[in-house]
Design a binder for this molecule. Structure first.
Ligand code: 13P
Ligand code: SF4
Length: 331
């Protein structure tokens, strides 16, 4: 049961959001990096792949997307007839910012013998220039369906791309983008924490640089990190990703200790995603009330971006093994 959140002139915002959710036939989708109060209000909380799947299959008329803009855009690309609202339209992503569409198009043109596998953390315009979209939870399975000699551009996250190069033995050409949140973890501080808790495994997101991943016992998407933290027999777990995910861990396993991996000064807020933090309960209420800010995409971009996203959804659900698909994925 949620505690009432009062504000915007003394309204019970939880009750108002519940009322509007019913009136508008809305579904509230939230990413694990959202503040705890938003996670608790949501109809579904998940990683990027889970949220994409939910957005594609929902029967709701309105999708209230509590995450960042590229995630809400994915919902609109996959469900164009729905009204998709984002509590704060300024909620971007440093990875998206690191890959301007015109530069990406030029890079692609300069490597025309490569296909583009693009991480979902990018704009709709960059998706439109891509062959297959991946998330951190689907990339390995998708790469396993491509021939090993396929030349691949991987954008925009160089850390994620380097991780999959190491894991799969590929030599993908990496776009030099990075997530400001996952780049902020400190190896020195992590080693100090490990020395303090020698039995605690480290679960890390693959957006972290290799110097953090080298110390991880589990590397995976936000959902994979959550699953690991809950399934592990360890009573203390070090979590190297955005710390709001710890809310779900504490709810499901209150007897365990979950410690966020430290940033450079050992105790900074630099691992909180500033874009995710732009959303709030107040802004969610206003968005549901006014049905704005609303995601709008031009139809040409939407259709071009849908193709590689559909590819991801198909390939992520395919029942195939390593190297089963021997053909190039572009037509
Ligand atoms: P996930 O797909 O693991 O949820 O990652 C989303 C994200 O933005 C991580 O920074
Ligand atoms: Fe983007 Fe990083 Fe925030 Fe994820 S944590 S939304 S990659 S800035």
């Amino acid at each position: 049961m949620n505690a009432p959140t009062q504000s915007l002139k003394g309204l019970d915002l939880h009750a108002e959001i519940d009322r509007l959710r019913k009136e508008r036939n809305a579904v509230i989708l939230a990413h694990y990096y959202q503040e705890a109060a938003i996670q608790d209000l949501a109809d579904f909380v998940g990683d990027s792949l889970d949220l994409s799947r939910k957005a594609a299959e929902t029967q709701a008329d309105v999708i209230a997307f509590c995450g960042v803009r590229f995630m809400a855009e994915v919902a609109k690309i996959l469900s164009p007839d729905k009204t998709v609202i984002l509590p704060d339209m300024a909620a971007g992503c440093s990875l998206e910012d690191s890959c301007p569409p015109e530069q990406f198009a030029r890079f692609r043109a300069a490597h025309s013998d490569h296909i583009a596998i693009t991480y979902i953390n990018c704009s709709a315009a960059v998706k439109a220039h891509s062959d297959i979209i991946v998330t951190s939870s689907s990339a390995e399975k998708i790469l396993a369906q491509l021939p090993m000699d396929q030349k691949i551009i991987f954008a925009p996250d160089k850390n994620l791309g380097a991780y999959f190069n190491r894991k799969t033995g590929r030599d993908m050409l990496l776009w030099p983008g990075a997530c400001i949140v996952h780049e902020a973890f400190s190896e020195t501080e992590l080693l100090k924490l490990k020395a303090q808790y020698p039995d605690a495994p480290v679960a890390a997101h693959p957006e972290c640089p290799a110097f953090i991943l080298d110390h991880a016992d589990e590397i995976g998407s936000t959902r994979a990190i959550l699953d690991f933290a809950l399934a592990s027999p360890a009573q203390t777990i070090i979590v190297a990703t955005e710390p709001h995910i710890i809310h779900q861990m504490q709810k499901a396993a209150p007897h365990k200790l979950f410690i966020g991996a430290p940033g450079a000064d050992g105790n900074c807020n630099c691992n909180m995603c500033p874009y995710m933090a732009m959303n709030s309960i107040e802004k969610l209420y206003l968005a549901l009330r006014d049905l704005t800010p609303r995601i709008e995409l031009d139809e040409q971009t939407r259709l071009a971006a849908k193709r590689p996203l559909d590819r991801m959804l198909e390939m992520a659900s395919a029942s195939v093994g390593q190297g089963d698909l021997g053909q190039r994925t572009t037509d």
